[in-house]
Design a protein around this ligand. Structure first.
Ligand code: PEP
Length: 261
């Protein structure tokens, strides 16, 4: 089964509405439409509405960095799924490592957000990944198992079809330290095997699993060349439209390439 790659730019706490508009206008001038992949931008909440309007005529998807599981209520500072959808969002991150480590999102909270996203027809991107300490203690697989089992608790195979997983080793996020292509491939293959055991071979073959962690124009092609890697979640290098477009071009240059490595 061939999986359509997804290349996503997580802008974190960067870009005002005007800066988001400037980015999108420049990015759309590159016409990445010709590539056989989905492209997603993930601005901060305050830029979603403007970004959604700028993307209306394009095939680029819009996503949010987080959401609250409740539909509405006394949750000061929080944003609901409906609010995201009113800005044209179709994706939302669940359990990004900064949400887990800076804001204390547990696997239980991540699961509540993911379930609420699914109930509201948003496609959640479940982010998982180990810290350096966990990798060095040989705990990568058990940490991922906990994050996958917790994040996907009570998610049916039918709903799983709307989920994307992003493997982002915490030690590679924003550090300039990328996992080697072998580390990324091996760990993502482990995640895919876990999906097969918990769900089915069909679910595992269909699951899009992205790599994230210091992806840039220089390493995008070799990461994307790995058989189990279905795209990228990019932070820093997605803030510049030229660099984001270049990553997409590099990653997708494999199409029709006999010897991608
Ligand atoms: C991220 O924010 O998900 C990320 C991978 O960041 P960076 O590309 O900057 O490492």
């Amino acid at each position: 089964m061939s999986r359509r790659p997804l290349i996503a730019g997580n802008w974190k706490m960067h870009k005002t509405p005007q800066e988001a508009q400037d980015f999108i206008e420049r990015f759309l001038s590159f016409s990445c439409d010709g590539f056989d992949c989905d492209v997603l931008v993930i601005p901060p909440f305050t830029s979603l509405d403007r970004a959604g309007k700028c993307l209306l005529e394009s095939s680029v998807f819009l996503g949010a960095q987080d959401m609250h599981p409740a539909a509405s209520g006394a949750y000061t500072g929080a944003i609901s799924a409906n609010m995201l959808k009113s800005c044209q969002c179709s994706f939302v991150l669940a359990g990004h490592s900064e949400r887990r480590h800076v804001f204390g999102d547990t696997n239980v909270v991540v699961n509540e957000k993911l379930q609420a996203a699914l109930s509201n027809d948003l496609r959640p991107i479940l982010c998982v990944g180990e810290t350096l300490e966990e990798r060095e203690a040989d705990r990568t697989e058990s940490v991922l198992e906990e994050q996958l089992a917790g994040g996907l608790k009570d998610v049916s195979e039918l709903d799983l079809a709307h989920v994307v997983i992003a493997y982002e080793p915490v030690w590679a996020i924003g550090t300039g330290k990328t996992a080697t292509t072998e580390q990324a491939q091996d760990t993502i293959a482990f995640i895919r095997a876990w999906i097969e055991t918990r769900y089915s071979e069909t679910a595992s073959e269909a699951m899009r699993i992205l790599y994230g962690g210091s992806v840039n124009p220089a390493n995008a092609k070799s990461l994307q060349a790995q058989p189990d890697i279905d795209g990228a979640l990019i932070g820093g290098a997605s803030l510049d439209p030229d660099s984001f477009a270049q990553i997409i071009a590099e990653a997708m240059s494999l199409q029709g390439d006999d010897d991608p490595c």
